[in-house]
Design a binder for this molecule. Structure first.
Ligand code: ARG
Length: 202
């Protein structure tokens, strides 16, 4: 199925999550990410972590003179893992939110993100505002700001029936489901939708 990406200017800032606790081993930082999110974090053809956030992690490591270990985890477990001190920090294209701010610390932001939709070409013209996706089968990543947006603006308002909404542990899986026609719309960062389209020709 041919897909199209639609971008709306829901601007969010992307930052790094930190725990207030000191690292368990002073000479090594354990950093959690969810490597399903090109161009921020993904696994490349050689099986290595790659992307903007991975470069950022390596720059932090170099500047601090500490070794880092990157751990790939489900996105919706990262905040709790930082909070519980299982990892020292998380770099995973996190947007600021008050809810997250109550339990972890944020660094200053390093990127302005825009949200977008990956949709089938068949009805791309019918989506001219974010609420228009409520007529379709919609997906997004579990625990993401997009999940919160859809819940508050489309589900809680009765626009999108709950049975037409699916959350995914991995964004790349959701993009493949759009391609396969199992869902109609994926909501994620616009840059990620562009990268997934290029990577898999979705
Ligand atoms: N920016 C969104 C959020 O903060 C989604 C981030 C998803 N990141 C990832 N590595 N899968 O909730």
């Amino acid at each position: 199925m041919k897909t199209v990406s639609k971008i709306f200017t829901l601007v969010l800032v992307v930052t790094v999550l930190l725990t207030a606790c000191a690292p368990k081993e002073a000479d090594k930082l354990i950093i959690g990410t969810s490597a399903d999110f090109p161009p921020f974090e993904f696994v490349d053809e050689d099986g290595e972590f790659a992307g903007f956030d991975i470069d950022l992690i390596n720059a932090i490591s170099e500047k601090m003179g500490v070794e880092v270990e990157i751990v790939d985890m489900p996105f919706d477990s990262l905040v709790a893992s930082v909070q519980e001190g299982k990892i020292d920090m998380s770099v995973a294209a996190f947007n600021y939110s008050e809810e997250r701010d109550e339990v972890v610390d944020f660094t200053t932001f390093y990127y302005y993100a825009m949200d977008g939709f990956l949709v089938s070409e068949d009805f791309a013209d019918e989506i001219t505002a974010p609420e228009d996706i409520a007529k379709y089968i919609v997906g997004c990543q579990t625990g993401s700001t997009q999940n919160a947006y859809i819940q508050e603006n489309l589900i809680d308002t009765g626009l999108l029936p709950e049975e037409n909404f699916f959350t995914y542990e991995r964004v790349d899986q959701a993009a493949l489901d759009v391609k396969a026609g199992r869902i109609d719309v994926l909501m994620a960062e616009a840059a990620v939708i562009g990268a997934l389209k290029r990577k898999w020709a979705v």
